[in-house]
Design a protein. Structure first.
Lengths: 258, 356
């Protein structure tokens, strides 16, 4: 599949510091429609900070994001989701005491409208919407392969299933850009392979994917382009084959050759 | 949906009939023990009303609110001001009740807005302060302009009345003698059934799910596009509006309101009903409210005769002994049933796992 497409997300000189620590130093990168974009780097390089700035959980100290032709509002995660960016979390954040199905159903919130009167009077429109929410949520559970656990509480699912459920919840918001924060962390080989197939499928459905990942094999095999962060600064942004052999990247990961 | 009655089995029909008959007959059964017992039953329903309102805020959205009684106070005073000789206004109940809901709603948002960023203990402290502020306002708004009549309270409040049919006095309907408290019972029953229906529907709706998500993980809720600010304000507003309606009925039923009815202990009691019954679980909350209203009253009647029978004399002051037993009962329930007396199946599972 061609990675060439129009620009979907543009980060312009995004900066973020925590006290004296510069977590992001003027990071600029471009994600194109339809690609799988990998964001890698050693621990503490600022990958998750970048995610948090983009999705509105942190307010950047400088720079901006242009998404789908318009700037993203800082400090408004719900509006970012509404614009079409969905994310998962490095340390899974499901709604533990809700069922798997309810977790995905609540993901439909931003694309549905029933208000307080719809909830109380349950008119024709509210009932139809509720049925559509349920149907879509069931489809998504099936899509990620956890339909058997629909009525179980999210926190009782296995680790791999929780990761998948979190992806289903993110997909329920109908994102244009799906951001996955270390989705393969803690997975065994079989689970990682299943995850790769899932991500491939999501891409095939036309969703652009931004992937933070440590599993280099997964990143190199899956991503159309890769950016490397080190100490909060962007080292390189290119296709995997070039990034893999760039001396700066090798230095960042395993240190300078003696 | 339209054919829901076709799905009823004979057993559930029998059960529903039994419950309906019991609810209809209750005020006449209670009257056998005197009209005081009808009043106790009425208060039990009123507290069910309040507990269900607080349950939206605490149980559904997970926002700890220790000032809930403020909305009850707002509703009660609104009725008192608009239907008493104090200002010479005598508006009918169908104007005041919806107005009470709306004004309490407004106060709910007023409380909600500054507390949006707060959680847990901090939220509890701010809401507690809010409850006290409202009570102290009621206590002091008799000068320079006399609005609330201060600590003396407002008296001679109009009862609920439909035309000339007053709920305060007894009358004969279809050849049956029905007392004032019994009339209020049926009014409260209708209102509380509506409140239960609203609660059940809210819980299983888009809004209810969003509240639950906020309770579970606010950051994740934001990240999937829930406007947590609006949803929290909605929870405060909904909860408050129930409190406002309950307050109005309270004022009409008592014919008298004063600030001392709205002290912190009342907020705590309603919260105790929610927690003791089973937070977020509607049947549990109803049970909690009924028990915590009826139990202290039953103890009031039991403490003296039991002491006389055991020791031949009244050794301990009945009032303090009553509260002692009541407090002990609360401690024991929380020790042995931490999820509440009738928790939701999910919550029960959760605690069972933790115990393992």
């Amino acid at each position: 599949m061609s990675a060439k497409g129009e620009v979907l997300l543009q980060a312009q000189a995004v900066a973020k510091h925590f006290g004296g620590v510069k977590a992001l130093r003027d990071v600029s990168l471009t994600i194109r429609r339809g690609e799988v974009y990998g964001l890698i780097g050693p621990n503490g390089a600022g990958k998750t900070t970048f995610f948090n700035c983009m999705t509105g959980l942190y307010v950047p100290d400088g720079g901006s994001f242009i998404f789908d032709g318009a700037p993203l509002k800082a400090d408004a995660p719900d509006q970012v989701a509404d614009r079409g960016i969905a994310r998962t979390f490095q340390n899974i954040r499901l709604f533990g005491n809700m069922t798997a199905l309810d977790n995905v159903m609540v993901g439909r919130h931003v694309r549905t409208q029933a208000g307080i009167f719809g909830a109380i009077f349950r008119g024709r429109a509210a009932r139809a919407e509720e049925a559509a929410i349920r149907r879509r949520a069931e489809e998504l559970l099936h899509y990620v392969g956890v339909e058997d656990r629909a009525d179980d509480l999210a926190k009782n699912l296995s680790y791999g299933d929780q990761r998948r459920l979190e992806i289903a919840r993110a997909l329920a918001t109908e994102p244009k850009l799906l951001c996955l924060d270390e989705p393969a962390a803690g997975m065994n080989g079989t689970e990682t392979e299943a995850l790769r197939l899932l991500i491939d499928g999501i891409r095939a459905d036309g969703v652009t994917i931004l992937l933070i990942e440590h599993d280099v094999k997964l990143v190199m095999g899956l991503c159309d382009r890769v950016a490397v962060l080190d100490y909060g600064a962007l080292l390189i942004e290119d296709v995997p084959s070039i990034v893999q052999h760039d001396p700066r990247v090798i230095e960042a990961y395993i240190g300078v050759a003696a | 949906m339209r054919t829901w009655f076709n799905t009823l089995t004979p057993r559930t029909i029998f059960g529903l009939t039994l419950i309906t008959v019991a609810l209809l007959a209750l005020p006449f059964v209670a009257a056998l023990g005197g009209q005081a017992w009808v009043r106790i039953v009425n208060f039990a329903i009123l507290y069910v009303f309040l507990a269900l309102g607080l349950n939206i805020v605490v149980g559904f959205a997970g926002l700890l609110d220790l000032g809930y009684i403020a909305f009850y106070a707002v509703g009660a005073y609104l009725w008192a001001l608009l239907a008493s000789p104090h200002f010479g206004l005598h508006l009918p109940f169908w104007v005041i009740l919806p107005l009470g809901a709306i004004v309490a709603c407004f106060f709910g948002i007023l409380l909600g807005a500054p507390t949006l960023k707060l959680r847990g203990d901090y939220l509890a402290i701010v809401t507690l302060g809010f409850g006290e502020i409202v009570r102290i306002f009621m206590n002091n708004l008799n000068a320079p302009i006399n609005i609330t009549n201060g600590p003396q309270g407002i008296t001679l409040i109009d009862p609920v009345a439909i035309g000339n049919f007053k709920f305060s006095t007894g009358s004969t309907v279809f050849g049956i003698d029905i007392s004032g408290p019994q009339k209020y019972y049926y009014l409260l029953l209708v209102l509380v059934l509506a409140v239960i229906a609203i609660n059940v529907r809210l819980q299983h709706s888009r809004i209810g799910r969003a509240w639950q998500a906020i309770r579970e993980d606010e950051i994740a809720a934001k990240a999937i596009g829930i406007n947590t600010r609006n949803m929290k304000l909605l929870a405060f507003a909904m909860g408050a509006s129930f409190g406002g309606v309950a307050g109005g009925i309270f004022a009409a039923m008592q014919g008298f309101v004063s600030p001392e009815s709205f002290s912190l202990i009342e907020s705590v009691m309603i919260l105790a009903m929610v927690v003791l019954g089973g937070m977020g679980h509607i049947p549990g909350v109803i049970l909690g409210a009924i028990l915590l209203t009826v139990l202290p009253e039953a103890l009031r009647y039991a403490v003296v005769p039991v002491q006389k029978a055991l020791f031949g004399a009244v050794l301990a002051d009945p009032e303090s002994l009553r509260m002692l037993i009541f407090g002990l009962a609360l401690v024991l329930v929380m020790r042995f049933k931490p999820a509440g007396l009738w928790p939701s199946p999910d919550r029960r599972r959760e605690l069972a796992e933790k115990a393992r």
